[in-house]
Design a protein around this ligand. Structure first.
Ligand code: 6CS
Ligand code: FE
Length: 316
C-alpha cells in the first residue's frame, strides 16, 4: 500500500518503451505508424494534410471554428476561471508563483460545453480517421497560460508520461489543441520539433510518488536529456512555433517533442486540449512502480468509444 492507499499491480503487458528508473537517456525508434488510416478516400481533410501530419508529427488547421463559436468557448473559459468552487477543485492546477489558474483538467466530463466539443465531428471524426480505430478521451484540459505570469511547459513527449505513469501501451493517441485566444510568437505558443515523433526519448531518473502534484506545475522528471534534444533537432530541423488565431486546431502526435515558453505579455495564451486515444490502446497498469494517476488526469474506468457528432454551439 502507499500514500493514497492504492495497491500497485505489476504491469503484465510487454513494455515496448521502457523509460526512467535504471534506463539511460537515449533515442529508440518508434515501432508504430503515425497515420493509421488505411483508406485515403474518406479522409475528412485534404489527404495531403494527413500526410503532412504523418511526416512531421503535427498539423495546424486554421478556421476550424467560427468567431461566434469561439466567443462561446471564451465565455465558458471566463466562467470557469471565476468559479470559486473550481478554484479549489483537485482538477484545477495553479501557477506555483502567482497562484493564477494554470490548467483545469477533465473538462470533457465536468463542463457541458467542452463535453460537446470533445465529440464534435471536426475533432473526434478526424481523430478517429487518423488513428483508424474507435477513440475515447484519455485526458482533457484547458491551459490558461495567463498574462504576465504564465509559466513554461518544458520540452517533453506526452507519450513518455502517459506510458510510464498511466500505462498507455503503444503510440496510437494524439492531442488536439483548440486555440481560444490569439497564439502569437511572443505569448508562449506551443513549440514543436518536426519529425521528433519518430524517435522515443528515453528519460532518466525515478518517478516521485504522486508526481502529478508537481509535474503539472513544472515537469522535472520524464524530460529528455540535452543530448536527446540536440539529436532530435539535428534530425528534425528547426523548431516550429504553432501560432494561430482563435478557432484554429493544432493536432499533434502523442510522441512529438514539444514545450512552450513562459508568457510575460499582457495577452493570455489559452487553449483547450483533448487527448484522443485508440480504444485498442486503452491504458493498462503504469509501467512505473507507482499506482495509477487519478481519473481526472487519465481516464481508466469508463472507457467507451465516442460517436462523433455534428454539433451546434451558436444559434445562426
Ligand atoms: O502529465 C500529463 O499528462 C501532462 N503533462 C504535460 C506537460 N503535457 C501532457 C499532459 O497534460
Ligand atoms: Fe504536453
Amino acid at each position: 500500500m502507499n500514500a493514497n492507499n492504492k495497491k500497485k499491480i505489476p504491469n503484465q503487458t510487454k513494455d515496448f518503451y521502457p523509460s526512467r528508473g535504471s534506463n539511460t537517456a537515449q533515442l529508440i525508434q518508434r515501432q508504430e505508424p503515425t497515420l493509421y488510416a488505411a483508406n485515403t478516400g474518406n479522409c475528412p481533410i485534404d489527404y495531403q494534410l494527413a500526410q503532412q501530419y504523418d511526416q512531421q508529427g503535427f498539423l495546424i488547421l486554421e478556421d476550424v471554428f467560427t468567431e461566434k463559436e469561439v466567443h462561446y468557448f471564451q465565455q465558458e473559459l471566463e466562467c470557469m476561471r471565476n468559479d470559486e468552487h473550481r478554484k479549489v477543485a483537485e482538477e484545477t492546477i495553479t501557477e506555483s508563483g502567482s497562484g493564477d489558474i494554470r490548467s483545469i483538467f477533465n473538462v470533457h466530463e465536468n463542463n457541458a460545453l467542452f463535453k460537446k466539443l470533445a465529440c464534435d465531428i471536426r475533432l473526434a471524426g478526424l481523430a478517429q480517421y487518423l488513428l483508424d480505430d474507435g477513440i475515447y478521451i484519455h485526458q482533457s484540459r484547458v491551459n490558461y497560460k495567463p498574462e504576465f505570469r504564465g509559466k513554461e511547459f518544458y520540452w517533453h513527449s506526452d507519450f513518455e508520461t502517459w506510458h510510464v505513469e498511466d500505462g498507455m501501451p503503444r503510440m496510437r493517441a494524439l492531442s488536439m489543441s483548440i486555440t481560444l485566444t490569439e497564439n502569437y510568437e511572443h505569448n508562449g505558443p506551443l513549440m514543436l520539433i518536426p519529425n521528433s515523433h519518430k524517435d522515443y526519448a528515453v528519460c532518466e531518473g525515478d518517478t516521485p510518488t504522486e508526481h502529478y502534484k508537481s509535474s503539472l506545475k513544472k515537469q522535472e522528471y520524464g524530460v529528455p536529456s540535452d543530448a536527446s534534444l540536440h539529436q532530435l533537432l539535428e534530425k528534425g530541423g528547426k523548431i516550429v512555433t504553432a501560432t494561430g488565431k482563435p478557432g484554429s486546431v493544432i493536432i499533434f502526435d502523442c510522441n512529438v517533442m514539444h514545450g512552450s515558453n513562459s508568457n510575460i505579455t499582457p495577452y493570455p495564451r489559452s487553449n483547450v486540449f483533448f487527448v484522443y486515444n485508440a480504444v485498442s490502446n486503452r491504458v493498462t497498469e503504469p509501467f512505473s512502480n507507482n499506482p495509477p494517476r487519478p481519473e481526472y488526469i487519465c481516464a481508466r474506468k469508463h472507457i467507451q468509444a465516442i460517436d462523433p457528432q455534428i454539433v451546434q454551439f451558436a444559434p445562426d
